[in-house]
Write a new protein. Sequence first.
Length: 442
Amino acid sequence: MATNRLTHVSTPLPGPKSAELIERWHRVEADTTGFQAPVVWDSAEGAAVTDVDGNRYIDWTSGVLVTNLGHCHPKLVEVVRAAAGRLINNYECPTESRVLAAEALVAHLPRHLDKCFFLTTGSEATEACIRIMKRKTGCFEVVGFHGSFHGRTFAAASVGGLAGPKRGYGPSAPGVIRVPYPYLYRSPVGGGEEGLIDYCMTMLEETVRSCSAGSLAGVMVEPYLGSAGFIFPPIGYLKALEQWARDRGILFALDEVQSSYGRTGRMWAMEWEDLKPDLIAIGKGIGNGIPTSAVAARGEVIGCLGKGEMSSTAGGNPVSCAAVSAVLEVMDSENIVEKARRMGELIKDRLLGIQEKSRFLGDVRGMGMVMGLELVTDKKTKAPAADLTKQLICRCAENGLLVGSVGIFGNVIRVAPPLTISEAAADESLEIMERSLLSLQD
């Protein structure tokens, strides 16, 4: 075994200190988070994570697509430390750091999006988009999609198309019209990509015709379905959807909370099809771990709001704004987007090779540095393998790779390492994934 490996796991999982902390944690904080390997993080740098027992792992989660520049990037750490020592909160008053952050963000947006507003979480950003669409049009209906996830707050969860965030919480917000999103691996129709696009557009038209009360405000859509399993639509679908909205004079909003900041191999996922949304929700990578989010919009759209109609207690605070500017500086100076595109091609090619060897890896999909590995019990029937997915998460951790799961059926492994991952670390992590996956066949 090579001695220069990045990973090193010397204890059974959880290690003794991890086990103690997990037990103490569950005594005092509600256990409501998702399934993860039993690892208590202690520190991280780049794509490497060290737990409290001294075990080292390669991270394929990026903190759920947050740390695009890697963990604790030195430039970001330096800037955040300096900002926190100067000013942490400023109520709603402007600061130089907020002005600089807004200028930097708008300069990196497609030219038609000329205004932004800072908030704190992705859910806040998607909620703001929904509110703006309703306020601008004077209408209350929003088209959402099966499998979509926009957050766990009320309106975001209502527009979303996953049952989990809504189950047990009573009626959703009125006025949401949900339609199918193209899921090629599990397409209900023939005709390949074109047939699936035709089917989804027909279902959109028919559902709106039969369910709308005549008060359409807009469409809220993810460039790919994240929580539903990294489901990427066929090329041409999002453009057809945008045109559908334009033809009806309603607003078109993109939830780019997790798809932006180079994750798909472009700065913004909308660039792949030259989409021109009226609004976008931005989060996760915008602060690289420092909590912040934003809405970006056409000036005439967000201009419908008057003084006092939108605010956020921690939104636009000096520390998060310093992080926003620092992240964009690093992305430019280190050519992060192009690196993500190239490295993503290498990783996907290797994963497709692993798929051929595995009985359980039914689909490899994605682009840039965001991919999904859909596990099935049988490649012919495509029966979801949720239990096997949990086994694989733990097996990978035991071998030094941290992965998480997503998916409508809980059977998709998230492949989303930091965009800065080295080729050596990528090779090592892929070897661990292949070994862990194939060991499930024994």
